[in-house]
Design a protein around this ligand. Structure first.
Ligand code: FAD
Length: 162
């Protein structure tokens, strides 16, 4: 991916990256539809092994996003948190604080029941901080998507000092 224009805002500390992954809760998933982009908001779960990020999604087994992933598994994603607007003395000093992560990867529609259960457990852990178990009936009716993230960056815009 390209370098960040405001390098001073780049977040590289893994603890800070994990905080964003824990807080954001909603991810905007970018897909490729022929020569058009398609973006869909979704809840997610994540795993970080070393600096290897894996994202888990779930949803209905039919629909546009699933169709597109089957045609082209390349995805892009964005998630954000810590959103607080602030005012300024002139229009261009108004702004908003944020913490965000963007990245790209490859989506796989998971078929194996045990791997699907794992993805759902991770998703609910990220969303609720609780451990859930899933029976085979539920696992059959949802689709679980695994995103192997190949690259990501994190950014933070703090509240300006007055
Ligand atoms: C905060 C949030 C969290 C969500 N979490 C999940 C999740 O974890 N899993 C999940 O499966 N879905 C989630 N959804 C719903 C998701 O955004 C999609 O609506 C849903 O997944 C269907 O997507 P699809 O591509 O299959 O669309 P389809 O059902 O095939 O829809 C076809 C068309 O409907 C329109 N459309 C679809 N979704 C939306 C939308 N959200 N808003 C406006 N227009 C839309 C688009 O024009 C699209 O081309 C969430 C939505 C929000 C806002």
């Amino acid at each position: 991916m390209n370098g960040m224009t405001r390098r001073e805002r780049q977040v590289t500390d893994m603890d800070e990256i994990i905080k964003i992954l824990d807080k954001a809760k909603v991810l905007h998933l970018g897909l490729v539809d022929g020569d058009e982009p398609y973006v869909v908001p979704m809840n997610y779960g994540y795993e970080m092994n070393g600096d290897k990020l894996t994202i888990w999604l779930h949803g209905a087994p039919q629909g546009r996003k699933i169709d597109l992933m089957k045609q082209n598994p390349k995805v892009f994603f964005e998630m954000d948190c810590d959103i607080t607007p602030f005012e300024g003395d002139v229009a261009c000093r108004y702004g908003i604080t944020y913490s965000s992560i963007m990245g790209k990867g490859t989506a796989t529609i998971v078929e194996d029941a045990e791997e699907k259960k794992h993805g759902l457990v991770v998703l609910m852990q990220t969303q609720t901080d609780k451990d859930f178990t899933f029976d085979d009936k539920i696992v059959k009716v949802v689709s679980v998507i695994k995103i192997d993230v190949s690259e990501y960056t994190a950014k933070h815009r703090p509240m300006p000092k007055r």
